[in-house]
Design a protein around this ligand. Sequence first.
Ligand code: ASP
Length: 322
Amino acid sequence: MRTIKTLLTACALACGLVHAQTYPDKSISLVVPFAAGGPTDVVARMIAIPMGKSLGQPVIVENVNGAGGTIGATKVARAAPNGYTIFLHHMGMSTAPALYNKLNFDPMTDFEYIGQVLDVPMTLLARKDIPANNLQELIAYIKANENKVSLADAGLGAVSNLCGLMFKSAIGVNINTIPYKGTGPAMNDLLGGQVDILCDQTTQTVPMIKDGRVKVFGVTTLKRLSALPNVPTLDEQGLKGFEVKVWHGMYAPKGTPAPVLKKINTALRFAMADPVIKQRLADLSSDIPSSDKMTADGLKDHLKLEINKWGPIIRKAGVSAD
Ligand code: ASP
């Protein structure tokens, strides 16, 4: 029995090595757990082309949306661990375990870690014709129209949802939330005036703000952003300590061979070193992590810290779903 197991293990290692030598010999699917056109999708599409150049095969973005990113994560956790399915997700990986009573994946045991990808600030927006021109006026408008104002988000587990929860709790007023399969479609409805408020990453919002297509009421970092120097922080406007910066990571299903992971990590680094991408991300005030964070341990350690940070906060807030 033992001999068979040893043989199988030896074969698995050897087969993995052979596989790694020829990897990749077909296109790779980069799963994004939100709808096309939103900020996570924007980042995935930005890096997919240079990653494909480095790997010698196309990297194709696959949007597997819904339930705040947990449907996409479940799909990747169950995918074959052969390097042909990889995953880009944000800090929702660390909030989902506390938000969902039943989660079909475990962020700490069902994945291999490729590296941290980037850190993105958020912005609090409203439809262009909302009758408020600064944060205090917006809060007054929400209070005067309690239960009529709507906040769009990408569902429980999404950072837009988390930011919305923090905003509601900071101002002490309920705002009805409308969940979308990503903040790409949520933004379309904000532009169309069907919803009132949205909190979303700068990777989608900076061009809309600059073009005056939405109204902006603050940024979620403690310091103002170089991309939006005239937009005050929420903290400086009285929402003390309001801080969300959205970190992103790249993952593969558990059991993906180490040499394959190494090739993917090299491709990720290649993409993040691309001068055009660096400039685009700088224009969106998004930070590329240091080299030591763009590693398996850099991501895994950070994920663990974040799970431990958000778990108690979420449980205290009493927000969870099945
Ligand atoms: N910004 C979204 C979120 O709230 C996700 C997306 O569509 O990229 O998590």
